[in-house]
Design a protein. Structure first.
Length: 385
């Protein structure tokens, strides 16, 4: 210690300085060597070949996992102090990007957004040594752009627990996507329209977690069964067969055999009733056409999943008169399907209007209330506890 202190005090003895210069230089670069040493112990995994669990519509492409829809979720287990991912966003224009949710070791959900020019994102850092669990879930939706999970970098990836055996598919619009539910990062009247979207906090994923079930969100903001919020189409029946769940999704077909739900929850009709933006001509909804399209779509769902039970939801954004009108249409759909031999179908109506979020949508607190209201209905319908 005496000699090190002497060197710092600029000893006038050149022999002492020369003698200890190599040790001094080593001490100066030691932190860098330690960083490099830690980095060299990291392992990098191609996402499609990594021991992870994936939930939601996705395809494998050149070792990467490509996806777009709301709520696509990755479960990881790893050993180490940090975990990084190579996550690509297509950034369709200067205003497009996506939000993702990260949960580490069961902690509070945190969101981050993708940024042009950025490839690697640190999802966990400065953790204690040992095993950790991490969840990465897409918060925004298909029309905000496609994504690729290309690679994962950490100390060591471990095999996560298998996904739950129970499976639910939620088919819907912006409500199901979680649009407008979470303005805590960006207020409703600021930023881009999709900034407050948070699929993890929507009623569907909440319900699935309550029942220890997988979920798949087949949902698009503004979409309807017979017509959309401000356009005649493409509607849900037009885009439902695609991987990416967006208005132009007619190129890459989804293989329905890859996910067979026990329960399908359909929440459509809000946009069919919409008056649009007030600029385009918008006649009253043709109820017979709506019921016919809805009936045919439910028949298609039943054909895809013959053993699944189907639950039709009323709109949580409607007042009493619209709620009653949609309820009548849904009852006609159920009558038509039962006449066709489908007895495993029923409906549920929310008891009031939920509109505390952006643009009159349910916020994350109301999404939680909606899930709580649905829990006993689903429990009795499915026999789940």
């Amino acid at each position: 210690m005496y000699h090190f202190r002497g060197i710092r005090q600029r000893s006038s003895n050149p022999n002492i300085i020369k003698k200890f210069r190599p040790l001094r230089d080593f001490l100066l670069i030691l932190p860098l060597l330690l960083i490099l040493s830690c980095s060299s112990r990291d392992q990098q995994y191609k996402a499609a070949q990594a021991p992870i669990q994936v939930m939601g519509r996705h395809i494998n492409e050149n070792g990467a996992i490509k996806f777009a829809a709301s709520g696509v979720t990755f479960y990881m287990k790893f050993q180490g102090s940090h975990l990084d991912v190579d996550l690509q966003d297509e950034f369709r224009d200067s205003t497009n990007y996506n939000w993702f949710t990260v949960i580490v070791d069961g902690g509070a959900p945190k969101r981050f957004r993708t940024r042009p020019g950025k490839e690697w994102y640190t999802l966990a850092d400065s953790l204690q040594s040992g095993e950790h669990k991490l969840i990465l879930s897409k918060a925004t939706e298909g029309q905000n752009g496609h994504n690729k999970l290309i690679a994962i970098r950490t100390g060591k990836l471990l095999q996560p627990a298998p996904l739950p055996k129970r499976k639910i598919e939620f088919i819907g619009d912006s409500i199901t996507c979680g649009y407008g539910a979470d303005p805590r990062n960006v207020p409703c009247d600021k930023g881009n329209w999709f900034d407050p979207t948070h699929a993890w906090l929507a009623y569907g994923p909440r319900l699935a977690r309550h029942f220890n079930a997988q979920w798949m969100l087949s949902s698009v903001s503004g979409i309807g069964m017979h017509r959309n919020w401000n356009s005649p189409g493409p509607t849900m029946p037009d885009v439902y067969g695609g991987v990416y769940m967006e208005y132009t999704d007619s190129i890459t077909p989804w293989d329905f055999s890859r996910y067979t739900p026990d329960l399908v929850v359909i929440a459509l009709g809000t946009n069919d009733f919409s008056e649009g933006d007030g600029k385009k001509p918008r006649p009253d909804l043709d109820g017979d056409a709506f019921v016919n399209d809805y009936t045919q779509f439910v028949g298609r769902v039943h054909k895809n999943y013959p053993d699944a039970r189907i639950l039709l939801l009323n709109s949580p954004m409607f007042g009493k008169s619209q709620r009653e009108k949609l309820a009548g249409y849904l009852q006609r759909v159920i009558k038509n399907r039962k006449a066709a031999g489908d007895s495993t179908i029923t409906r549920f109506a929310f008891d009031k209007k939920y509109d505390n979020g952006c643009d009159g949508h349910p916020d994350f607190k109301q999404q939680a209330i909606m899930a709580e209201q649905l829990e006993p209905r689903i429990s009795s319908f499915m026999g789940w506890q």
